[in-house]
Structures are given as structure tokens and as C-alpha cells.
Write a protein that binds this ligand. Structure first.
Ligand SMILES: Nc1nc2c(c(=O)[nH]1)N[C@H]1C(S)=C(S)[C@@H](COP(=O)(O)OP(=O)(O)OC[C@H]3O[C@@H](n4cnc5c(=O)[nH]c(N)nc54)[C@H](O)[C@@H]3O)O[C@H]1N2
Ligand SMILES: Nc1nc2c(c(=O)[nH]1)N[C@H]1C(S)=C(S)[C@@H](COP(=O)(O)OP(=O)(O)OC[C@H]3O[C@@H](n4cnc5c(=O)[nH]c(N)nc54)[C@H](O)[C@@H]3O)O[C@H]1N2
Ligand code: SF4
Ligand SMILES: [Mo]
Length: 720
């Protein structure tokens, strides 16, 4: 190799897979990016997004200095001190005038991929003391947190499929080949899935669409969107009726088992089949096979989370895994043992219903309100109305249900600040934008994804390049704002967080963590410290997942709370609708809408990378040929999709991969040039339309408050 070039090793932080990257560079520019073969978790796997991560760093549209909007709407660059002082003054002025709840905060998806901000944001929120706190979680994995909290005592106590040892995997509503696995950090997912088959195992998938993952599964079944809860209750019905229950070692660590008696009695396979579209014969055989397997796992993800019964679905899949002996055992779902266990830092005595949203009265969870209520909290006058908004690493104008309404509500704010690397559809509404450095200019550690990984590992990535002089990291921005917000807060900022850097906090966590030098179970010379982790540039393997019941449980009685009232109550509506499901009344012109992801896109961003967006238009509506024929629609033509909340016009893609009666549109598109700097994304051929202009903010899971994107009713007609 040319001596001018060096190798840098880091973890890709674009998605949950945590692929190790090997970056060849000359100190100022990247030559190429490959998968790091020596990374103990990813072993060389990489996807097109990770291979192009440097294109975010070099994107001419990426912001490097704070921007302030002038009275005429144009932007001017300002220095960091002026920017931070103005934000502090403006936010404090609004708090003093209208009260703490007048400030809203929204954290987007990349927030969780940034350990610096994750360690500092709690303090910032503590100084703000607002009830109007939101994040992308409430249109994503909220049901998992809910299940973790109620069943195992902490929102982050989430069991993960032991994919590398299972012999029977049932997948509901996920597309790991495109998404690279979610709530299951499993880089090289293709290899891991096919390995199940190589050991003689089987993969079964339930999805209203045959997606990229369906190509490799053994059996795919179309399931009607938003009806998975019925399928799961049908499984429970069979398991209880046939007494297929085997609790193994968890038997002594469960409370509330008796409350499960009778809850699924009326959910016979025949009744359930009428609602789900999966035949009674298939559901009976699959349940029997799954129960009989020693190493089997039931896994559900986005498609199962973002439906009207997402909370109940994830609770019940947990219950089924427990009852059938596929829990806390090899090949079932298992808990991780991360080197830095953030669960120890934040305990939850009570995390639900401590306050309610002002307009719709929905309860908070983990200190947050569902994002579906954000627009109405900005629009509706009265005490507690949101007058100022802080966004971090999010694009809610494209990502939230009925986002068009939010787009119209944001200009009504007295003040908005966005911490983001781009001027996009959301940040264009801000008065001030604070841009942190790029992904190659920051240290990286996976505080969250190591908690949901399919094996235990630890790795620290040092920044590759230096940021522009004076540019502040996300965590420094948070610290600076915390200091300013503290001036009018009744709480004092914690000295620990004021004085220590993320590296120092991480070192503390690693030293005192389960493998740390200072832990009772490790030895001083072999235990972990940040230094030791930094020195192992490819990362350190900490072993396969191991049984952790009961020590992992954080419930007050130290037991699994298998049937909390919150879930049992939620079941009432499902039981009532068994005999007369609303979908039975749909007419021929009604379709059920589902979403989709593509390997080369990442929610609403990264569309500004030419090599990822080029090629076939990804923002289409997919429809089954029989439906297209009966509606006299042709391939490629523009159709108008209408819902309760709006209309969009989008090209049609006809494919047998959709369940008849179902249509699929991806989210994250709808880029606009107006007011943004998204040169590539907003070119007409790449811009697409936003599905969230037609999703309904009133469709939320009544148990968790999560957005219900799946199964919304829409009508479709040719565009004239
Ligand atoms: N209809 C429909 N809607 C959906 C979904 C769906 O399936 N269907 N999925 C939902 C899900 S699961 C999610 S997670 C959300 C995502 O929704 P959001 O989190 O609201 O939006 P993202 O598209 O992830 O936007 C990320 C933003 O972070 C910025 N950014 C990237 N890295 C950094 C960084 O390191 N620091 C800072 N400060 N900024 C950064 C980017 O420029 C971009 O503006 O969308 C949800 N919306
Ligand atoms: N390439 C890429 N990777 C990503 C992302 C990305 O945008 N692009 N986003 C990341 C994020 S933020 C997340 S949260 C994860 C999500 O990753 P996944 O959980 O794998 O989610 P999706 O790829 O959206 O796949 C959801 C599947 O659910 C199906 N589905 C929809 N409704 C229903 C239903 O009611 N029942 C059932 N059974 N199935 C249904 C859809 O047809 C689709 O095939 O991906 C992450 N990884
Ligand atoms: S799969 Fe995810 S973590 Fe791996 S390279 Fe792609 S974007 Fe990065
Ligand atoms: Mo997500």
C-alpha cells in the first residue's frame, strides 16, 4: 500500500447493525471504505450506506457554522458564542413568560447513535423541566420499551433473538435484509439467517408484502396489516388449550401467570384466520412446530410495533416465548450483558402516566409524550402550549404522522432551534441551527446498540478527522445549553455531568461495568477500562448471550410480571372486535397502507448522497396486479392516494409481492428545495413525496401511544 495512506478502524453508526469499518485515508481524505474483517461482531460485513459514510462528511450541503435566520428569511453565519447565547436567552425568556412546558424538545433517530449526546441530554432535559418532550421512539420501538418496563422492570430490559443458535425463527413485520436488523443488532444478517437453514432450521415470515427478506425464508405468509395481535392470540389459544407450556428454569421467577388463564379462549384458529388472512391449518401447524423445537424464537419488529395493537403484540410475543420455553435459553430470546450497562445509570420507579398531554390527554412514558400529539400541542392556545421547540437529529416534518400539519404548525412558534448537520425540511423552520461535526469527526461508542446485540462485544472508535476549528460536538452543544438553561431552573445541574467528558463518563461505566477493572467479577489486570478498549482497535468479543434470569430483572419484586393490568385492559378492545372486525366492513375501493425501507436509504436523510439515490425511483406505491387491473391502473402512472388526513400523488409500481388489498409506500421522501440546501435529494427525480402527508396522527396504539402507521385505510385513483 502507498505509504501515504493509513488505516482507521471504527464502527458505522448509521444503523443498528454496528458494522466495523476499515477506512483507508491520507489524514485528510478517505480513499476507500471496506468492512473490517477483524471486527468480532461484523466480521467484514458492510452495506452501501456504510461504504459511503464519507460522502456525508464531504457533502457540500453539510453545515459547519451556526446559522441564524434574518428578518427577510435569509440565513447568516454567526459565531458559536452568539448562537448559544441567543438560544439560551430566547428559551429562558419563553420559560419565564409562559412556564417550562412552553418549550418542547424532539430527539430524532440519530440521537441514539451518538453516545456523547446520550450521556448529556438527560441533564439538559432536567434543566428544561418540560412535560413536552418527544422522540422518534413513539413511532418506532415504544412497545419494546413498554414491555421491558412492565415485564422486566426497565424500558431497556429487552430480550433479543439468539439468531446465531436458533433453529426456528418466526419473523413478524421486519425486513432485516433491507434494514440490517432492528432491536437485534446483527451485522451480516444474510449470513446469520442462511446459517439457520444450513443447520437444518427454518425461517417463517408473516408480512403483508414479500420483501427482500422473503427471498430467503422457508415460508412466507401474507398477513393482513394491523391484525398480528389476532394471530398471536390464536397461538396462545393453542398453547394453553393443548397445555404446551414448559417454563424451564424461569418457573420460579414469574408472577401473574394465572391472569393469563382464559384470555385467549375465544381466539380459535378459525375465527382468527378470518381476520388475519392466514389459514387455520397453517397457523396450527406453525404453532405446533415452534412449540416442539428446542431452539425457536418469535421475533417482531417495525411492522408489528407501529400498528394499533403494537404494545399488545410485543407483550404477547414475549409471553409466548416465555410460556413455550424459548426465553432466556440458547436459541430463544435472551438478554445481553453489555460492558457499559446504561440501565444501571437510570432506574425507573414509575415511568408511565405521571402526566398527560394537554390537548388529547395521552399519558407520558419514560418522560415523553407520543410524537403524534406534538402538532396539536403547538397549535392549541392555553397554558402549557408549546411556544418554542428544540430539535436534535430529527426530521419530524417528514417522519411523523400527519407531518404536513406539523410543517404548518412550526412557523407559529415564537422560537425554534435545531441541532443538525443539514438545512432540511424541518430545520428550515428554525431560527437558529447549530451544526455538530460529521460522523468521521466524532468519537463513537454504542451505548444503546450493545444492549440489543446478538452477542456481547465492546469497541470504541476514535474520531478520524478533526472538526472545523471551534465547531462544537453534539455533547458540547448540550452542555453549553444546559448551563444557560440552568440559569432559570429550580434544579441545579449535576457536577458529574458538568465536569466530565463523555470519554470520562464512559470510562467510569466500563470500569464499574460487569467486565470492568473495578467490578467484583473481573480481575484488575484483565478487566476493562476505556484505555484497554481504545487499544483494541477492532473491538473485543465478550462472548455469546447467556441466561440471565433472575439477576437481570429490575422489577420491584425481582420477578417477571407476565400479565400486567395495562396489557389485560388493552385486550378488551381486541376481544370485542373478534366477532366484528372493522376491516370486514371495508369496500373494494379501500386499501390498507403499509410502509417499507430500502437498503440504500436511511429514513429521511442520506438521500443527498448521489450514489445512493441514483437508479430506479424508490418512492413508488406498490400494488398487486389484480388490484391494479380492477382499478384500471397501469404500471408507472401517477395515482392519487387519499386518506382521512390528505392526498399525495405518486407513481404506481405493480408487483405480485403485495397482498391483494394492501399498498406500500416508503417514508422519508418528500424533499423540497424550497428553503433547504438539499442539492441532490431535492432534485425532482429524487425528491419523492412524503407518505406522512397522509398518515393519521389520531391512529395511535391506545396502550403505548405509539404511532400506528400500518393498516391505515386509503383510497386510490388515477391522477388526471
Ligand atoms: N410512515 C412512516 N413514518 C416513519 C416510519 C415508518 O416506517 N413509516 N419510521 C419511523 C422511524 S422507525 C423512525 S426512527 C423515524 C425517523 O425519523 P427522525 O428521527 O425524525 O428523522 P431522520 O430521518 O432519522 O432524520 C435524522 C436527522 O438527523 C440529522 N443527523 C444525522 N446525524 C446526526 C448527528 O450525528 N447529529 C445531529 N445533530 N444530527 C444528525 C440528519 O441530518 C437528519 O436531519 O421515522 C419514523 N417515521
Ligand atoms: N436501509 C435502511 N436500514 C434501516 C433504516 C432505513 O431507513 N434504511 N431504518 C432503521 C430504523 S430507524 C428502523 S426502526 C429499522 C426498522 O427495520 P425493520 O423492523 O426491519 O422494518 P422495515 O424494513 O420497515 O420492515 C417492516 C416490514 O413490516 C411489514 N409490515 C407492515 N405492516 C405490517 C403489519 O401490520 N404486520 C406485519 N406482520 N408486517 C407488517 C412491512 O411490509 C415491512 O416488510 O430499520 C433500520 N435500518
Ligand atoms: S448495515 Fe448499518 S451499520 Fe452496517 S454498514 Fe450499513 S449502515 Fe452501517
Ligand atoms: Mo426507527
Amino acid at each position: 500500500m502507498d505509504t501515504k495512506f493509513q488505516k482507521h478502524y471504527r464502527v458505522c453508526n448509521l444503523c443498528e447493525a454496528m458494522c466495523g469499518l476499515e477506512i483507508t485515508h491520507d489524514g485528510t481524505a478517505v480513499k476507500n471504505i471496506r468492512g473490517d474483517k477483524k471486527d468480532p461482531l461484523s466480521k467484514g460485513s458492510i452495506c452501501p450506506k456504510g461504504a459511503l459514510i464519507d460522502k456525508i462528511h464531504t457533502d457540500p450541503d453539510r453545515l459547519k457554522t451556526p446559522l441564524r435566520k434574518k428578518a427577510n428569511g435569509e440565513w447568516e453565519s454567526i459565531d458559536w458564542k452568539t448562537a448559544l447565547d441567543s438560544v439560551g436567552e430566547k428559551i429562558n425568556e419563553i420559560r419565564l413568560k409562559y412556564g417550562d412546558d412552553a418549550v418542547g424538545i424532539y430527539l430524532g433517530n440519530p440521537t441514539v447513535h451518538n453516545f456523547g449526546i446520550m450521556l448529556m441530554i438527560g441533564e439538559l432535559k432536567r434543566m428544561l423541566r418540560t412535560k413536552n418532550s418527544f422522540s422518534a421512539s413513539s413511532m418506532d420501538q415504544l412497545p419494546h420499551h413498554f414491555m421491558g418496563y412492565y415485564m422486566y422492570g426497565h424500558p431497556l430490559n429487552i430480550p433479543i433473538p439468539d439468531i446465531d443458535h436458533t433453529n426456528y425463527m418466526i419473523i413478524f413485520g421486519a425486513n432485516p435484509i433491507a434494514s440490517n436488523g432492528s432491536l437485534m443488532s446483527a451485522p451480516g444478517i444474510h449470513k446469520r439467517l442462511t446459517a439457520i437453514q444450513k443447520r437444518g432450521g427454518k425461517i417463517i415470515q408473516f408480512d403483508p408484502r414479500k420483501n427482500e427478506t422473503s427471498k430467503l425464508v422457508d415460508e412466507h405468509y401474507f398477513i393482513k396489516p394491523n391484525t398480528d395481535i389476532y394471530f398471536l392470540l390464536g397461538m396462545l389459544h393453542l398453547i394453553q388449550k393443548n397445555n404446551w407450556i414448559k417454563l424451564h428454569h424461569v418457573d420460579n421467577h414469574i408472577t401473574g401467570l394465572e391472569k393469563l388463564n382464559g384470555i385467549a379462549t375465544s381466539f380459535t384458529p378459525e375465527k382468527v384466520a378470518k381476520i388475519t388472512g392466514v389459514s387455520a391449518k397453517d397457523s396450527m401447524r406453525i404453532t405446533k412446530e415452534y412449540v416442539a423445537q428446542d431452539k425457536a424464537v418469535l421475533y417482531g419488529r417495525m411492522g408489528m410495533s407501529t400498528q394499533e395493537h403494537g404494545g399488545l403484540c410485543h407483550w404477547l410475543s414475549g409471553v409466548i416465548n416465555i410460556l413455550t420455553g424459548h426465553f432466556d435459553r440458547k436459541g430463544g430470546v435472551m438478554f445481553t450483558k453489555p460492558a457499559f450497562d446504561i440501565k444501571r445509570a437510570k432506574t425507573f420507579k414509575k415511568a408511565h402516566g405521571r402526566w398527560h398531554s394537554r390537548v388529547r390527554g395521552v399519558p407520558e412514558f419514560e418522560g415523553e409524550l407520543p410524537v403524534s400529539v406534538m402538532a396539536e400541542e403547538i397549535e392549541t392556545p392555553g397554558k402549557g402550549q408549546i411556544k418554542a421547540l428544540i430539535t436534535h437529529a430529527g426530521n419530524p416534518v417528514l417522519s411523523t404522522p400527519n407531518a404536513k400539519r406539523l410543517d404548518q404548525a412550526l412557523p407559529k412558534l415564537d422560537f425554534m432551534v435545531s441541532i443538525d448537520i443539514f438545512l432540511n425540511e424541518t430545520t428550515k423552520h428554525a431560527d437558529i441551527i447549530l451544526p455538530p461535526p460529521s460522523h468521521l469527526e466524532v468519537d463513537h461508542y454504542d451505548l444503546i446498540f450493545n444492549l440489543i446485540s446478538v452477542s456481547n462485544n465492546v469497541k470504541f472508535s476514535k474520531a478520524l478527522f478533526k472538526p472545523k476549528k471551534g465547531q462544537l460536538y453534539d455533547w458540547q452543544i448540550a452542555k453549553e445549553l444546559t448551563k444557560r438553561f440552568a440559569k432559570v431552573s429550580t434544579k441545579k445541574p449535576s457536577r458529574l455531568f458538568q465536569w466530565l467528558t463523555p470519554r470520562q463518563l464512559l470510562n467510569l461505566g466500563l470500569l464499574t461495568g460487569p467486565y470492568g477493572k473495578l467490578s467484583s467479577s473481573s480481575k484488575w489486570f484483565s478487566g476493562l477500562s476505556l484505555k484497554k478498549v481504545i487499544n483494541s482497535k477492532h473491538g473485543i468479543a465478550l462472548g455469546a448471550l447467556q441466561p440471565r434470569i433472575p439477576e437481570v430483572l429490575l422489577t420491584t419484586d425481582g420477578k417477571i410480571n407476565i400479565a400486567d393490568e395495562v396489557f389485560l385492559k388493552g385486550l378488551e378492545k381486541v376481544t370485542a372486535e373478534l366477532e366484528g372486525h372493522p376491516y370486514a366492513k371495508l369496500s373494494k375501493s379501500d386499501f390498507l397502507l403499509v410502509g417499507r425501507r430500502n437498503l440504500r436509504t436511511n429514513n429521511s436523510w442520506m438521500h443527498n448522497v448521489e450514489n445512493l439515490v441514483k437508479g430506479k425511483n424508490k418512492c413508488t406505491i406498490m400494488m398487486h396486479p389484480a388490484d391494479a387491473e380492477s382499478h384500471q391502473l397501469n404500471e408507472g402512472q401517477k395515482v392519487i392516494v387519499t386518506s382521512k388526513t390528505g392526498k399525495i400523488s405518486i407513481p404506481l409500481e405493480i408487483t405480485p409481492n403485495l397482498m391483494p388489498g394492501v399498498v406500500s409506500i416508503p417514508h422519508g421522501f418528500g424533499h423540497t428545495k424550497k428553503g433547504t440546501q438539499l442539492t441532490i435529494a431535492s432534485k425532482p427525480e429524487n425528491a419523492g413525496v412524503s407518505v406522512n402527508d397522509i398518515t393519521d396522527h389520531n391512529r395511535i396504539d391506545p396502550v403505548t401511544g405509539n404511532a400506528a402507521f400500518s393498516g391505515q385505510v386509503v383510497q386510490i385513483a388515477a391522477a388526471i
